[in-house]
Design a protein around this ligand. Structure first.
Ligand code: PMP
Length: 354
């Protein structure tokens, strides 16, 4: 058995893989999900159910729309300022990693980004705390979970301006209060489903305010007004996301999975802090529950530990090149048994050194 700690695309529940593969062969009357029209009543049903599940699982209040797009979270880096930043205005950004940085870079095509705080000097190993968000900013943007560095913001920063959040790597992992946000976006390929789909949750009243002429495919309104079917949507990604969200619902929803995610993260951090061979790379109070980054006290042991992990069936543990060491990504579908297996592996490796 392989334990998949990959950062994304990542593990999804085995039963979702099985259901999705059955639908490739026979979704309806012998027809594959891959060959039916997106305008068929069957697929319209899938779309409606996926939309309803996002709303249900995140308790999305009325006055918000759930949209299904393509282009990944990276396209949102540009779509957000294109749709929400009026000419001549400034948007406020919190720089907590590479993804935030890429989002900041896209703003220059539309206006100005003011970086309200950054932890770049410390290789993004913590979340800046004391920063002021200008009251006249068009919006404030932050990344709730920094996939590469393993830091997470559990509290929404206080501000009077609209809040935009890149939630790609922690959406559906813990309970959030959607009413604290004006726009949430997430690439699907962690806790939602396969790659190829992006989810946007937007407060309807903030749309149509930028005064810009926006091409149809880049205008949130096109998705909102056409039930995310302005053009052909990523049918199979949406279908599989629907299966995965149904799995989450059957497990008791986000509040239940949050308990599991907390137990998984607590167990691994406990071992990292106890085992003299390993150390965490981030400020303890900012540690992510989804991506757990650690290095070895003796860097010379990293290669042997990586090999030991590989030989024992562990996948995707290599840290991102900008942090080095190891990263255990522990999304919703990763069973706690895999976390216990990793802890056992770390302990066995420790014994081998003595
Ligand atoms: N934001 C975050 C937090 C991410 O983790 C990622 C990808 N891992 C991205 C943005 C970019 O997403 P995509 O590849 O879907 O464009």
């Amino acid at each position: 058995m392989r334990h998949n700690f990959g950062a994304g695309p990542c593990i999804l529940p085995q039963e979702v893989f099985k259901q999705a593969s059955r639908a490739i062969l026979d979704f309806k009357d012998g027809l594959s999900i891959l060959e039916i029209s997106h305008r068929s009543p069957e697929f319209e049903g899938v779309m409606a159910e996926a939309n309803k599940l996002v709303k249900e699982l995140l308790n999305v209040p009325s006055g918000y729309s759930v949209l299904f797009l393509q282009g990944g979270a990276s396209l949102q880096f540009a779509m957000v300022p294109m749709n929400l930043l009026p000419e001549g205005k400034t948007a406020a950004y919190l720089e907590t990693g590479v993804w935030a940085n890429k989002a900041i870079k896209e703003v220059k095509f539309f206006g100005k980004a003011e970086v309200v705080a950054s932890s770049k000097e410390a290789n993004f190993s913590f979340i800046p705390k004391d920063f002021a968000i200008p009251a006249d900013a068009a919006y404030f943007h932050y990344t709730s979970n920094n996939t590469i560095y393993g830091t997470e913001l559990f509290e929404v920063p206080k501000t009077t301006v609209p809040v935009v959040c890149d939630m790609s790597s922690d959406i559906m992992s813990r309970v959030i209060d959607v009413s604290q946000f004006d726009l949430i976006y997430a690439g699907a390929q962690k806790n939602i489903g396969p790659a190829g789909l992006t989810i946007v949750i937007v407060k309807d009243e903030i749309l149509g305010q930028s005064g810009r002429a926006i091409p149809s495919m880049l205008d949130y309104a096109s998705y909102k007004d056409n039930d995310s079917m302005y053009n052909t949507p990523p049918v199979f990604s949406i279908y599989t996301a629907m299966l995965n969200l149904n799995w989450l619902k059957s497990k008791g929803g986000v509040a239940e999975i949050e308990k599991e995610n907390k137990a998984k993260a607590d167990a691994l951090y406990k071992e990292i802090d106890r085992n003299p061979l390993f150390k965490g790379t981030c400020a303890v109070e900012d540690r992510s529950r989804m991506n757990i980054c650690f290095v070895m006290e003796n860097p010379e042991l990293e290669k042997p530990f990586a090999k030991f992990a590989d030989d024992n069936g562990f996948e995707g543990l290599k840290g991102h090149r900008s942090v080095g060491g190891f990263r255990a990504s522990m999304y919703n579908a990763l069973p706690i048994t895999s976390v216990h297996a990793l802890i056992d592996l770390m302990q066995e490796f420790e014994e081998k050194q003595n």
